[in-house]
Design a protein around this ligand. Structure first.
Ligand code: MG
Length: 387
């Protein structure tokens, strides 16, 4: 196939509740929705970038800039024989993983739709994994009581695992109260989003008695070495999220003992091709992976579910139901939680869902069509070209 046109929509979906982590609070989900068009077939994906460079350095602005000026110009007019070609063509562009994933995942969806097969089949997923067990991520709550109430609510809904966002001062006491409240049978894990330092080891050691499934990304967002030191000092398994951006990161992290679990976010590692490489490398080394979430709309959520059918996704993911975050999802029907705490992998062609046109029109605040004729503007107007 040759990409003929790309549509970019900037969608803004109101969240049901503000979501707080150690890096900030969000009340609305904003994302680039990208549609790739060729031969009368559409492929969809979304970017997982945030408005600010707090979680990592990419933002809505950098994703747009990278796509328009660097990534799409490498793809216009090029014959793409298989979806893996995109990762290879974009390889010489350094980093910009979220921007790369946006176009790469849309091309995967396009190929699966063109072949009229569900995406999981093209990815090589396990046909037996028709339902993916899911957990839920609970942001930092105003009080311990609020945390316990939120936990009760999600357990009642059927979620299989609770992930609790923590930061220094809102950690040991809260997690201890939660463990006592829900009992030993509920799976709990904590995500620190890089809020700790090695000096916090004594504090983090006190979590050892709480039987947490894992402690996610406790130290710096780009660190492997200190995580290996921490992992030797605590019993709770360390999981890495932000620090794993490439297959090389994953290999090094596992080989030096920086983590025993990896959270793979397809949108963080450049797309399905690289996510699959990381998945299989971890599998060969006996390290389980799970699929994290970036509060994606139903489009990104569907991509994550299809990737989660790969065999080494052995722990519940963060791909919660649509109503966990949104008053209304972009896709219709929305994703709903099954009674057994799972989400069903859509079985139609491609990712199996499409944006509902009325909702897309309602929630898109900016629309642009790009073609090989779209001007590349590398330097803002008025700035010398040699800048
Ligand atoms: Mg995380």
């Amino acid at each position: 196939m040759k990409i003929e046109r790309v549509h970019l929509d900037f969608v803004e979906l109101p969240l049901t509740d503000p979501f707080e982590t150690s890096v900030g609070v969000s009340t609305v989900k904003q994302a680039w929705l990208l549609t790739v068009l060729a031969d009368g077939v559409h492929g969809y994906a979304e970017s997982v970038a945030d408005p600010d460079p707090h979680w990592n350095e990419e933002t809505h602005a950098t994703v747009y800039f990278a796509l328009k000026n660097h990534l799409l110009p490498r793809l216009w007019g090029r014959e793409i024989e298989k979806p893996e070609d995109v990762a290879q063509v974009l390889g010489p562009i350094r980093a910009n993983f979220m921007a790369k994933a946006t176009i790469e995942m849309a091309v995967w969806d396009w190929f699966a739709r063109a072949q009229e097969v569900p995406l999981w089949k093209l990815l090589g997923g396990d046909p037996a994994k028709t339902r993916i067990p899911v957990g839920v991520s609970i942001g930092i709550q105003p009080t311990t009581k609020d945390l316990l109430q939120a936990a009760d609510q999600f357990i009642r809904l059927g979620y299989r695992r609770l992930k609790v966002k923590i930061k220094p001062g809102l950690d040991v006491e809260r997690l201890t109260a939660l463990r006592q409240h829900v009992g030993p049978s509920v799976k709990i894990m904590a995500d620190a989003n890089s809020a700790y330092r090695l000096e916090d080891i004594p504090n983090l050691q006190t979590l050892d008695d709480l039987d947490l499934m894992m402690l996610e990304q406790p130290l710096s967002h780009d660190d492997l070495i200190d995580h290996a030191t921490l992992a030797r000092a605590i019993k709770t398994p360390v999981c890495l999220d932000e620090a794993i951006r490439t297959p090389d990161d994953a290999r090094k992290a596992i080989d030096i003992g920086a983590c025993r679990i990896i959270n793979i976010k397809v949108g963080r590692v450049g797309g399905h091709t690289m996510a699959r490489v990381i998945h299989t490398m971890a599998e060969e080394r006996g390290v389980p992976v799970w699929c994290g979430g970036m509060q994606e709309t139903g489009i990104g959520r569907a991509h994550n579910l299809h990737m989660s059918t790969m065999t080494n996704f052995r722990l519940p993911g963060d791909t919660s139901a649509s109503d966990r975050y949104f008053l209304e999802d972009l896709v219709d029907p929305p994703f709903t939680l099954n009674a057994d705490g799972s989400l069903t992998v859509p079985d139609g062609p491609g990712i199996g869902v499409t944006p509902q046109p009325k909702r897309l029109a309602q929630y898109s605040s900016f629309h642009q069509e790009l073609t090989d004729q779209s001007p590349v503007i590398l330097v803002p107007h008025g700035m010398p070209a040699s800048f």
